[in-house]
Design a protein. Structure first.
Length: 336
């Protein structure tokens, strides 16, 4: 799916306060479902911060630690009905009939992941369900230090002072929101800030090293401590493996007579690569290697970028405390 490039009218730059950003989100919630990061104050979960629909009394967090589950869940949900059927009929679901939503306060890590998923689900064959979910969403992102260079968004806020932000408009939808708001002030000159790219994980030499290291003992070493739970995939904004299953009506559980559901899956799961007569990756070490190979070898070859945006969720929430960066550094030092 290709998103149109857009320049805000006459190159105008807007300024807004922190209170103004929250007021803008509140105003948008009067006409849209607005989702954003809030502090749930729940001590029993991995992260107190999560994306949810903004309700009265919620405080929108502008700068926050990573959420456990990224906002990509609104385009590629963990569980989604894609087809409903009866004894004699079947009806595809039509997510494009759903009303528009606003996703407010997206970090640059997650904005980058959304842009990459747009390409993955858009080429070479477009995934219509993802495309419909994505098309109805307005993206409003925020950063404290860097610009959203080369990324598609609707509005982006960047902090430039104690209580001051500048806003870029990235689409016609974003411009419409700006035009209808009296909260923002117009500036004619941009406030420049040097752009520093994040550390890259798609260097050609890295892909070559991983491709040739399938028999390295590191995979056996990782398999001894890895639980094979798949959390590294479920929290990753760039993982998109799924399974489909047909289910029939179960009283009190399912809402349809019969439906086909798409659900998140993980290449780390024991049965992911298993078919009726064969398992292509029966050993955990093979599944671990496949995770690295897909992210840092296949995806750069197929899409031109790696399957990592550097958000560190897989490191933060891994129960075995595996740090993929240490694995990459080991391989590069040994074979580089």
């Amino acid at each position: 799916m290709k998103l149109a490039k857009f320049r805000n009218q006459e190159g105008r730059i807007y300024t807004i306060s922190e209170a103004g950003i929250r007021e803008l989100a509140e105003n948008l919630s009067k006409k849209h479902d607005v989702y954003g990061p809030v502090n749930t104050h729940d001590e029993a979960v991995f992260s107190k911060f999560r994306f949810k629909i903004i309700e009265q009394g919620d405080k929108l967090e502008l700068h926050y630690p990573i959420t456990t589950i990224p906002p990509t869940k609104y385009f590629f949900p963990s569980r989604e009905t894609i087809l409903e059927f009866g004894s004699e009929t079947h009806t595809p679901t039509h997510p494009h009939t759903h009303k528009p939503i606003v996703i407010f306060g997206i970090s640059l890590f997650d904005l980058k992941a959304i842009n990459r998923l747009d390409k993955i689900f858009g080429e070479p064959i477009q995934d219509e369900i993802y495309g419909a979910n994505r098309k109805r969403a307005i993206l409003i992102s925020i950063s404290e230090d860097f610009d959203p260079k080369g990324l598609a968004f609707d509005i982006h806020f960047r902090k430039i002072g104690q209580n001051k932000y500048i806003a870029w408009v990235g689409s016609k939808s974003g411009q419409k929101i700006i035009d209808q708001s009296s909260i923002l002030c117009t500036k004619t000159k941009d406030i420049k800030k040097k752009y520093k790219p994040s550390k890259k994980y798609s260097r050609p030499e890295r892909a070559e090293i991983i491709a040739g290291a399938k028999d390295d003992p590191i995979w056996d070493k990782l398999a001894k401590i890895c639980f094979g739970c798949g959390i590294c995939s479920y929290v990753c904004p760039m993982c998109y493996c799924f399974d489909t299953e047909d289910v029939v009506k179960i009283e009190g559980i399912t809402k349809c007579q019969g439906c086909r559901e798409r659900r998140w899956d993980s290449c780390m799961n024991a049965d992911f690569a298993a078919i009726s007569s064969h398992d292509f990756r029966p050993e955990l070490k093979d599944r671990i290697y496949n995770w690295y190979h897909h992210k840092f070898v296949r995806m750069p070859a197929e899409h031109g970028f790696s399957g990592c945006v550097g958000c560190k969720r897989c490191i933060t929430y891994c129960p075995a405390k595996i740090n993929f960066r240490e694995t990459l550094e080991y391989l590069e030092k040994k074979y580089g």
